[in-house]
Design a protein around this ligand. Structure first.
Ligand code: FAD
Length: 594
């Protein structure tokens, strides 16, 4: 086996380990790639149960009261610090342990309810929402998901109230996007009572203010010469924990403390291992699924702020004797922000509900949510910035801060390029395996069973390709959109199958093809979420005898724009200038053309 093949084998093995190999219920996104509309996961639009809604309403009222009085985002940005009074206040209103079970001092909220809380914080201050995410969505998540009862009892009560803070430490110099390349070592002691950790972590939010850090380190796999990643709970009072840089000066989310630290022969008791030894990558990726969901909520909040800022300015600022809101090119921007904000909320709600309802594998949906909402928010901020003209550039308005803050979203918790490629490859894995099975069986038709298996799989694929899936909306007004969506899902499935047949294994490296497939899938998911929400709102309005709201227009606009984008992504699969793009890039990079 040559070096390249060995590397590929290793990557495939890692991917297999990460992508839950066992049998599972078909999720919504994976279904899309097979031409199915798995309606049960997305329709009807999920609702928070009434009893929890009352709890959520009261938590939101308390949170708003606290944030109105105690949170100054401009000051946090200026001082590059979130004051302790804010952290204490967030702890008091329960934000720092919202989803922790009540028996460990938390509020026991669902992800859906928690997302509403994060949306409210994201509306106001990105530093604060990132701080909360780092502590609650990812910092203590491995403990919540994989901790034993003893571990939870020991650590969670103080972490849930904010008396102690958490952080999540995966990133290293050599392990950024390539998260599997963690180099930090954890060597078991001779008596097996503890592990000795050595290495450095960088870019870790809350590192310098955390009392407990979930740290990923590489442990030997017993009986082999291999190593695998394991998750450990590390506390900064352990001898050998060295803070190299507590607050790395940075462009945005300046209030967060992003740090670098080293572990030098740090002894960590074996009781501090989280989850199965050697399964740390799966732990990390599951944790990040939660982070990506609340990321979506924070971006939704920020997009809603963009919308209200845009409306305020467009209705008051006059030029050419008219308020700006009279100019079509300004209207176009505002309408798009409204449409995107509506979609971001719908997508966040449905993704969070997948977690709450116990779908086993929601990696695709959370990755889609993260990429989609962060990209849309960037557009929203850019648009509202433009509407404000020169005034947006000055620090007395929040826009320049919002722009600086939002830029990390496309990079952190999985760079969007990496997640885009991931969405395409994982999504295509199901149909790809079927094609491979058909192909392999046809090549070696030695057993009758092989033929019939290939025939069955072939028929299944063909069946999915010909059928337009039924989208079960209840409102007659949405029939047209539902039919459009159904036929686009079919076209998407045909395009995925064609790409797999045309390119076969090399598609694993063809990111320009992957990007179009992933973008189409993301818009299909977003459109589904919008349609589901719109349907629920129309049904409610009909029951209450209300007429159409501005939200319905925004939803309608989103669907029309999303359908157009999907058509364009699919058309780009055959009509593109990819060869010239790659030749140009190779030429300027000084690489031989492939
Ligand atoms: C403010 C801040 C806070 C952070 N907080 C945390 C934290 O709390 N915990 C933690 O563990 N980490 C944290 N991080 C780290 C963050 O998750 C990483 O920065 C991110 O994963 C990207 O890694 P990298 O910076 O090493 O970029 P690289 O991996 O070097 O990637 C650089 C760029 O290359 C491109 N790229 C990389 N790989 C591919 C690919 N396969 N295909 C196509 N393009 C690719 C992408 O455009 C990417 O943006 C934080 C980072 C920042 C800036």
């Amino acid at each position: 086996m040559n070096k390249l093949d060995a590397q590929r084998q290793k990557e495939i093995q890692q991917a297999e380990e990460l992508l839950f190999a066992g049998p599972q219920t078909l999720g919504f996104a994976k279904g899309l790639f097979q031409g199915h509309f798995v309606a049960d996961w997305v329709m009807p639009y999920p609702r928070i149960p009434e009893a929890q809604q009352l709890e959520l309403d009261s938590a939101l009222t308390e949170l708003r009261r606290f944030l109105d009085a105690g949170l100054d985002p401009a000051e946090i940005d200026r001082n590059a610090d979130i004051p302790r009074s804010v952290i204490d206040g967030l702890g008091r209103v329960g934000v720092l342990g919202m989803t922790a079970p009540k028996e460990y001092g938390g509020h026991g909220f669902s992800q859906m309810a928690n997302c509403k809380i994060l949306e409210e914080i994201g509306r106001r201050c990105a530093s604060t929402s990132v701080f909360v995410n780092a502590h609650h969505s990812i910092g203590i998540r491995a403990l919540l998901l994989f901790g034993t009862h003893e571990q939870k009892q020991r650590w969670l009560p103080k972490l849930s109230t904010g008396e102690q803070l958490g952080a999540f430490a995966l990133t290293e110099k050599e392990a950024g996007s390539d998260a599997a390349n963690v180099q930090m070592r954890a060597q078991p002691s001779e008596d097996g009572s503890h592990f000795i950790l050595n290495g450095e972590k960088r870019y870790i939010t809350n590192a310098a203010i955390a009392d407990v850090l979930t740290v990923m380190a590489r442990t030997p796999v017993p009986g082999t010469d291999k190593t695998a990643v394991t998750a450990f709970l590390v506390t900064p009072d352990m001898p050998g924990f060295e803070m190299l840089e507590a607050r790395m000066p940075k462009m945005g989310i300046r209030g967060t403390a992003t740090g670098r630290f080293a572990l030098r022969d740090v002894k960590v008791p074996k009781e501090n291992i989280l989850g199965p030894p050697g399964k740390g990558l799966k732990v990390a990726l599951t944790v990040l699924d939660f982070g990506r969901t609340t990321f979506g909520a924070c971006c939704t909040g920020a997009a809603k702020t963009c919308l209200s800022l845009a409306i305020e300015h467009a209705n008051t600022r006059k030029q050419f004797n008219k308020t700006l809101g009279n100019f079509h090119l300004v209207q176009k921007k505002i309408a798009r922000i409204a449409a995107d904000a509506y979609a971001m909320e719908a997508m966040t709600t449905i993704t969070a509900s997948l977690i709450d309802r116990g779908l086993e594998d929601y990696m695709l949906e959370t990755a889609m949510l993260k990429v989609f909402t962060t990209e849309r928010l960037w557009e929203c901020i850019n648009d509202v910035f433009q509407i404000y003209g020169g005034s947006a550039y000055f620090v007395d308005l929040p826009l320049e801060r919002m722009m600086r803050d939002a830029r990390i979203n496309q990079i952190g918790e999985g760079a969007n390029e990496v997640l885009t490629s991931f969405v395409a490859l994982v999504g295509m894995r199901g149909p790809g395996m079927e094609f491979k099975e058909i192909y392999d069986t046809m090549m070696k038709p030695t057993r009758e069973r092989g033929f019939s298996k290939a025939w069955a799989a072939g028929k299944h694929r063909l069946g999915a390709t010909v059928r337009v899936p039924e989208i079960p909306v209840r409102s007659a007004e949405l029939r047209w959109s539902a039919n459009q969506l159904g036929s686009l899902i079919r076209r998407f499935n045909v395009a995925v199958n064609r790409a797999l047949i045309t390119y076969r294994e090399p598609i694993l490296d063809m990111q320009l093809v992957q990007e179009r497939i992933a973008n189409a899938a993301m818009d299909l998911f977003a459109s589904t979420c919008v349609l589901s929400r719109q349907d629920a709102e129309l049904q409610l309005a009909q029951r209450n005898g209300n007429s159409s709201s501005p939200d319905q227009l925004a939803a309608d606009l989103f669907l029309r724009q999303s359908f157009r984008r999907i058509r364009s992504f699919l058309a780009g699969l055959t009509d593109n200038e990819d060869k010239t793009v790659l030749a140009t890039a190779n030429s300027v990079l000084g690489k031989p053309s492939s």
